[in-house]
Write a new protein. Structure first.
Length: 311
C-alpha cells in the first residue's frame, strides 16, 4: 500500500492506494498556506495520519504532489505562489522524520502522468504525453516508463509553449502560451468578451443575466443546447489544442496522448474533431497512429499520482 498526498493552496487530500492503483480511502483537511512553514507541514501530516492504517508496516511509501517550483530529486519546495509559507522547504525530509518510509515529491502533472501510465488510460505504453486542462494547462512527459525531469527537474512545462507570438500575454510573461489560449480560464474569458461586445448567446441567461457568472460549466451547457457562440468558442479551442498537440507529437513522438482536467470535460464532444485535426497539422507522417484518450483519474489524480511516485 502507498499513501498519496495532493497539496493545493487551500486543501490537502490524502488517500491509501494499493499496488493496482485503487484508492481505498481518502481524507481532506484545510491547507494553512499563508502562515508558518510548520503549520503547512502540520496540515500534510494530519492528512497522512487520517488515512495511514494502524499497521504501519502495510505502507511502503508516501508520494506527494506539491505545488511547484520544486526539486523532485531532493524533495525541496522552492517558491510556490499558491503556498507562500514554504520557501526552500525540505518537504520530503520533514515528512520522513515523522513517517520513516521512502517519501517522494513531484508536481501534480508529472505524478498524474505516471499514474495514468502505470494504472490508467496509458497502461501498457512506455512513452506518454499527458495534459491536464483546467484553470491552467499542466503537462507531464513519460519516457520509457519514467517521468522526464530534464537537467534541473523543471522539464514538462508544456502549458507554457507558445503557439502565437502576438497572442494574449500569459501569466508566465510570454505571449500566446497554450494556457492563455485554451485553458478553462481562457475559454471563459473569450465567452465573456464576446457577449460583452454584443454577441447573442444563451450563456448570459444560464448565468442569471450576470456576465461575470459565466463559467466553464455554463459554456458547456450552452454548447450542449446548440448555442452558436459556445460551440464556436469550443471549436476554436479544439483547433488551438490540435495545433499545440501536433507540435508535441513532432517534438516527442509519444505512443499515446492522455488528456484530463475539468476543462477537458467541456471538450469531450469535440475529441473526434481533435483526433481528426491533429495529424493533419503534424509533420510526423505517422501522427494519426497516436491515440488521444481521456484520463482515467479525475479529481483523484493527485492522490493516485502521489502513490505512483512510490510504486
Amino acid at each position: 500500500m502507498f499513501v498519496g498526498v495532493d497539496i493545493g493552496g487551500t486543501k490537502v487530500a490524502a488517500g491509501l492506494v494499493d499496488a493496482d492503483g485503487k484508492i481505498s480511502s481518502q481524507k481532506r483537511v484545510p491547507m494553512i498556506s499563508n502562515l508558518s512553514a510548520q503549520e503547512g507541514l502540520s496540515a500534510v501530516l494530519s492528512a497522512i495520519a487520517q488515512v495511514r492504517p494502524s499497521d504501519a508496516a502495510q505502507v511502503s511509501g508516501i508520494g506527494i504532489c506539491a505545488p511547484g517550483p520544486l526539486n523532485p530529486k531532493t524533495g525541496v519546495i522552492l517558491n510556490p505562489p499558491n503556498v507562500p509559507c514554504w520557501r526552500d522547504f525540505p518537504l520530503a525530509e520533514s515528512v520522513q522524520r515523522n513517517y520513516p518510509v521512502p517519501v517522494h515529491v513531484d508536481n501534480d502533472a508529472n505524478a498524474a502522468a505516471l499514474a495514468e501510465t502505470r494504472w490508467g488510460a496509458a497502461r501498457g505504453y512506455r512513452n506518454v504525453f499527458y495534459a491536464t486542462i483546467g484553470t491552467g494547462i499542466g503537462t507531464g512527459i513519460i519516457f520509457d516508463g519514467r517521468i522526464f525531469h530534464g537537467r534541473t527537474g523543471a522539464a514538462g512545462e508544456g502549458g507554457h509553449v507558445s503557439i502565437d507570438y502576438r497572442g494574449p500575454l500569459c501569466g508566465c510573461g510570454k505571449p500566446g502560451c497554450i494556457e492563455a489560449l485554451a485553458s478553462g480560464t481562457a475559454i471563459v474569458r473569450r465567452a465573456r468578451e464576446a457577449i460583452g461586445t454584443g454577441r447573442k448567446s444563451c450563456m448570459l441567461q444560464l448565468a442569471g443575466g450576470n456576465l461575470t457568472a459565466i463559467t466553464g460549466e455554463v459554456v458547456g451547457r450552452a454548447s450542449d443546447t446548440g448555442d452558436a457562440l459556445a460551440q464556436e468558442i469550443l471549436t476554436e479551442t479544439t483547433e488551438m489544442l490540435a495545433l499545440w498537440l501536433s507540435n508535441m507529437v513532432d517534438l516527442l513522438d509519444p505512443e499515446v496522448i492522455v488528456i484530463g482536467g475539468g476543462a477537458a470535460a467541456l471538450l469531450r464532444r469535440f475529441f473526434d474533431q481533435l483526433r481528426d485535426r491533429m495529424p493533419k497539422l503534424a509533420v510526423n507522417p505517422r501522427a494519426s497512429e497516436v491515440p488521444i484518450v481521456h484520463a482515467h483519474y479525475g479529481a483523484d489524480s493527485g492522490i493516485a499520482g502521489g502513490a505512483a511516485l512510490c510504486a
